[in-house]
Design a protein around this ligand. Structure first.
Ligand code: GDP
Length: 199
């Protein structure tokens, strides 16, 4: 499915600009530079589906892609968060737009929350997890860039996870470990997206 037709639908600045809620949606979120664009490109076996960008947070848009022909599910690329220089006004705007989307989107099946393997889950990620919990949107942690760390480090992150997730009622108990660079974990990610869409 993911290597077949995928159409860019639009960039939506607000909830009101989204397409009708007629397909199951799976959204991708993470700190800017977490490797979200690279992972979306690996997921869909395309080079330029999601634009990798060096100017984080420049635009606060939900980028929407329909998968399949006819479309059977939708991928939503959420704006990156947590870059240090973001003015407070922008952070507030991000929170408002994202929370509106999370709370108001009935067809949103799951959020995949991307975490850079080297950094682990930080304070800013936990803030987003709190937001997901209060919006009651199911989410799963996806480690990115595992090629940059030792396997024992990934194992440790995996071990530490249950204690952390206990505090987060909407979280999904298992962890996906991926490397877009090495194409690791991409089949598991595809299965997770498909499974979520069917929930
Ligand atoms: P985004 O801002 O979250 O969309 O992140 P990008 O996909 O633009 O990636 C940010 C940086 O991390 C870029 O320099 C990528 O080349 C690098 N990167 C992304 N994924 C991987 C990966 O799996 N392994 C390694 N080593 N680098 C990666």
């Amino acid at each position: 499915l993911f290597t077949g037709p995928i159409a860019f639908v639009k960039s939506a600045p607000t909830m009101d600009d989204l397409p009708p809620a007629n397909l199951p949606e799976v959204a991708f979120a993470g700190r800017s530079n977490v490797g979200k664009s690279s992972l979306l490109n690996a997921l869909t076996a395309r080079k330029g589906l999601a634009r990798t960008s060096n100017t984080p947070g420049r635009t606060q848009l939900l980028n929407i892609f329909d998968v399949g022909e006819p479309a059977v599910l939708r991928l939503v690329d959420m704006p990156g968060y947590g870059y240090a220089e973001a003015p407070k006004k922008m952070v507030d705007a991000w929170k408002r737009a994202v929370f509106d989307y999370l709370r108001g989107r009935a067809n949103l099946k799951r959020v995949l929350l991307l975490i850079d393997s080297r950094r682990g889950i930080g304070k800013v990620d936990e803030d987003v997890m709190d937001m997901l919990d209060s919006a009651a949107v199911s989410y799963q942690i996806v480690l990115t860039k595992t090629d940059k760390v030792k396997e024992s480090w990934v194992a440790k992150l995996r071990e530490d996870l249950p204690a952390l997730l206990k505090r987060h009622p909407a979280s999904f108990p298992s962890l996906l470990a991926t490397s877009s660079e090495k194409n690791h974990g991409i089949e598991d990610l595809r299965a997770a997206v498909l499974g979520a869409a069917k929930d």
